[in-house]
Design a binder for this molecule. Structure first.
Ligand code: HEC
Length: 477
């Protein structure tokens, strides 16, 4: 799984953001609102994004109240009380809900109140007229009722089959597309706030799907959806840039992810609380996977290393790959764990899929790559995605080189190549169907290819979205 990231632009916020950093710190740093006007875009929206919008957006409307759309933000929800009355903070229902009484506030629901600095900013902004100065490009445009429209096939960064074999999740723009796994059609569209989806992965029991993404340079987001009714279970805005590499603990209780601020995280699905935070990497953390019994997390990064972290203590334990300069050529993009053994399949810039032991059973010698078990036939260019088959007998990898994609399937045990196919456009994601006979591959070309694992024969190719060919009104025929 995992995805490509060459189009990412590195902004100041990327460099200085900390995924877990609370926005209140940012507010503290800003000029006192008394001296200048309070900006909705710069001061208020970040507060609402990180503390409120997870529960108040089109896909999840707590109290029928949507805070992502400005007119609805003012109007309010089921109470029929105006949430915000411009110029009149004391008549604004929202203010009464966020203002703590005896250290507790109604909103944000179920967690600690906003800081007094934040409450004061919201109050001042309403007092000054509650104006919307956010650029149009930052206002959310899409929801389930108003889904994205495509003029061209979107670049595909993530593919994943549900473990029960029913569905294939495909990344889209502002949404995850749930297709029937045989490519016979679209089953559901999960439209959320993030414009870019980096990964979408089903839970081990196929009932939920974890999505990482965000809006580059503005926000990162983790979404968790219920598959049975396509409802958003929760959404959490995290940091200032897109999140990567979502994965589930084998018991389905934790979700891990990586951040472009070099940190790795895991949170509890039940209450959304963070249970793991680790900053051992020196580069963007692009993919994560748990050990067989869930007590360790493995992360890979652009810093060229694969790291082992203990979950209960959140401590860095070891570098799984060699850390000798030059031993690994370029960053790692993807990691997967063998279904029954603590062995790790990784792929990255050197184009060679490799399997490593998770735990070292001999002291490290400088210069060794002791944990390496086996390397598989090299692919052209960089590998963006690798995965074991569900029975652990095969591995699949996908790569990109000068606009050409390549997908290779090999035997796990002896490393023998079973099939290889070249495709138009770099491949950013590959996934095994749980039956082990079919792999899906997709990337820059925007088409999903279903490929016979044994032969490399393309069974079916399809564009996962409906493409609008003509501008409305100018349509001919
Ligand atoms: C964990 C989910 C959650 C979070 C986070 C949250 N809310 Fe709510 N909110 C709700 C629910 C659910 C309701 C419906 C009433 C209730 O259950 O208390 C609600 C109701 C409201 C209402 C009343 C709407 C109406 O007209 O009835 C307002 C206003 C509101 N929230 C504002 C906020 C603000 C501002 C924040 C952030 C500072 C926030 N909420 C964070 C879940 C949440």
């Amino acid at each position: 799984m995992s995805s490509r990231r060459f189009t990412h632009f590195l902004t100041a916020t990327t460099l200085f953001s900390l995924c877990a950093l609370n926005v209140s710190l940012m507010a503290d740093d800003q000029a006192s609102p008394a001296e200048s006007g309070v900006s909705y875009y710069k001061d208020i929206r970040p507060i609402f994004q990180s503390h409120c919008q997870g529960c108040h957006q089109p896909a999840k409307k707590g109290g029928e109240y949507v805070m992502t759309d400005f007119s609805q933000l003012l109007r309010g929800g089921e109470s029929q009380e105006a949430a915000i009355v411009p110029g009149k903070p004391d008549e604004s229902y929202l203010i009464s809900l966020i203002t703590p009484v005896d250290g507790e506030a109604e909103m944000p629901k179920g967690t600690k109140p906003l800081s007094s600095v934040e409450v004061d900013l919201v109050r001042k902004w309403i007092e000054q007229g509650a104006e919307n100065d956010a650029p149009a490009s930052t206002q959310p445009k899409f929801s389930a009722d108003n889904p994205p429209v495509y003029n061209a096939a979107p670049v595909i960064t993530s593919l994943h089959f549900s473990p029960d074999g029913k569905y294939l999740a495909v990344s889209g723009y502002h949404e995850v597309l749930i297709h029937h796994s045989d490519g016979s059609g679209l089953a559901a569209r999960l439209v959320g706030m993030s414009e870019r989806i980096e990964t979408a992965r089903f839970s081990p029991d196929s009932t939920k799907i974890a999505v990482t993404g965000g809006s580059p340079g503005r926000m990162g987001e983790l979404q968790v959806w219920n598959v049975s009714d396509n409802s958003l279970l929760f959404a959490k805005t995290i940091g200032y840039d897109t999140l990567y590499g979502a994965n589930w603990s084998p018991d389905g209780k934790l979700i891990s992810y990586g951040c472009p601020d070099n940190t790795s995280h895991a949170l509890n699905v039940e209450d959304g609380k963070e249970v793991l935070f680790n900053g051992a990497h020196d580069g963007w953390v692009l993919d994560t996977v748990f050990s067989v019994n869930g007590d360790h997390l493995v992360t890979v990064s652009r810093d060229r290393s694969m790291k082992l972290i203990n979950v209960p203590t959140q401590r860095f334990i070891d570098n799984v790959t060699s850390i000798t300069p030059g031993a690994l050529k370029g960053g790692l993009n993807s990691v997967d764990r063998h279904p029954t053994k603590d062995e790790l399949l990784c792929g990255g810039a050197d184009g060679v899929p490799k399997v490593y032991k998770m735990f070292r059973d001999k002291a490290r010698k400088i210069g060794d790559d002791f944990n390496l078990i086996r390397a598989y036939p090299a692919l052209q260019g960089r590998i963006f995605s690798t995965q074991f088959s569900k029975d652990g007998t095969k591995v699949v990898s996908g790569s990109s080189f000068n606009g050409v994609g390549q997908v290779k399937v090999a035997n796990y045990e002896d490393g023998k190549e079973l099939s290889s196919v070249d495709l138009d456009g770099g491949i950013f994601s590959v996934a095994f169907h749980p039956n082990g006979n079919t792999v899906a591959a997709a990337g820059f070309g925007g088409e999903v290819h279903l490929i016979e694992a044994a032969t490399g024969k393309i069974i079916k190719s399809f564009v996962p979205v409906t493409i609008q060919t003509a501008v409305a009104g100018a349509a001919e025929e």
